[in-house]
Ligand binder design. Structure first.
Ligand code: DAH
Length: 355
């Protein structure tokens, strides 16, 4: 016992000095390591006379527990002191002024896409997406626009390879093809997104936005197309009545095809939609050509329907009084702050669809 007491006293006297963590760990090893003092005492148990062995072992265990407790509490003490020290140094100064906070604005085109999506979703259209980089089949061939069709030239296509197999989509119509190839009819979708053509002036930008519409079912006719577009335009421009006319046109993927104009007039330098005797073209549409349906394995004697393609940027310009298309894509912060939308202050017909 006296030897054990000696070990304990030694430890207590060492602990009177100021020790750091590494010194304490060293002491721990000296006691409990492979040839530590306590470890050696345990090894000794076997050699002790049987009459004293039990008591020795019990004393040894007691002293071992005591020593461990002393060491652990010392380690705790040191660690707590370190935390205290750090807390004192790291005090947060709550009197500091906050960093300047800038709230971003929603781009008018994004806002317009949201509005269009929510209006169509209320009458049962779901939203589909397609990639900006398309293949020639989806963008042209499947849409009944074969190689050397004159409509291909009109699109001023950006081709991405010499074989002209990859391109930047010239319209959102390839999403019709993607949708019909992946699902079974009926289809009732819109597809907003970016489109590209090599064209640039005050009313054309090489990148612009369209929204495609497609409604295919067993008994869809041109009356449905008219009703749907009329409803959309009234909702979008927030007017009760709209003057609207269908002009015969040609698109390879629709038969018959039409372009739709809406009536407007300029009053006190402001454009008024739905009144007056001026006409403005805003979209192309028609009944989906049977060849297109055949190309996507839909039986044209069972299913038919309409499609349309609307220029989003022009609608946004009209609704929000923006007169140069290029401003949309200049990324001028001042312009965006003026024409952009506060995310927390949404206009009346915004119905909360996510972008
Ligand atoms: N894709 C045509 C274009 O960009 C627009 C269009 C016209 C889309 C008629 C249609 C449609 O879906 O039926 O000029």
């Amino acid at each position: 016992m006296s030897e054990l007491k000696k070990i304990k006293d030694e430890l207590l006297s060492k602990f009177k000095e100021k020790l750091d963590l590494s010194e304490i760990n060293q002491i721990k090893t000296d006691l409990f390591g492979k040839s530590g003092k306590i470890t050696l005492q345990f090894k000794k148990i076997g050699t002790i006379d049987e009459s004293e062995r039990k008591k020795f072992a019990s004393d040894l265990n007691t002293i071992k527990d005591q020593l461990q407790k002393i060491i652990n509490s010392k380690i705790n003490e040191i660690e707590n002191a370190e935390i205290e020290e750090r807390l004192k140094k790291e005090k947060i100064d709550i009197t500091l002024p906050e960093r300047p906070f800038v709230r971003g604005k929603i781009h008018p085109v994004s806002q317009t896409i949201d509005e269009i999506s929510s209006i169509f979703s209320e009458i049962g259209f779901s939203v589909e997406e397609g990639p900006d980089v398309e293949n020639e089949f989806n963008n042209f061939t499947a849409l009944n626009t074969p190689d050397n069709h004159p409509a291909r030239d009109m699109h001023d296509t950006f081709y991405l390879d010499e074989k002209k197999e990859k391109l930047l989509r010239t319209h959102t119509s390839p999403v019709q093809i993607r949708t019909m190839l992946k699902d079974k009819p009926p289809f009732k979708i819109i597809a907003p997104g970016r489109t590209y053509r090599s064209d640039s002036d005050q009313t054309h930008s090489p990148m612009f936005h369209q929204v495609e519409g497609l409604h295919i079912d067993k008994d869809i006719n041109m009356g449905h197309l008219k009703g749907c577009l009329n409803y959309f335009i009234k909702e979008f421009f927030e007017v009760k009545k709209i003057k609207m006319r269908f002009r015969p046109s040609h698109f390879p993927f629709t038969e018959p095809s039409a372009e739709v104009d809406i009536g407007y007039e300029i009053k006190d330098g402001k454009i008024i939609i739905g009144e007056g005797d001026q006409w403005l073209e805003i979209l192309g549409c028609g009944m989906v050509h049977p060849n297109v349906l055949k190309n996507v394995n839909v039986n044209p004697s069972k299913f038919q329907g309409y499609a349309f393609g609307i220029g989003i940027d022009r609608l946004a310009m009209l609704k929000y009084g923006i007169n140069d298309l290029r401003a949309f894509f200049d990324c001028d912060y001042r312009w965006l702050n003026h024409f952009g939308f506060d995310p927390l202050d949404v206009p009346t017909n915004y119905r909360g669809l996510s972008r």
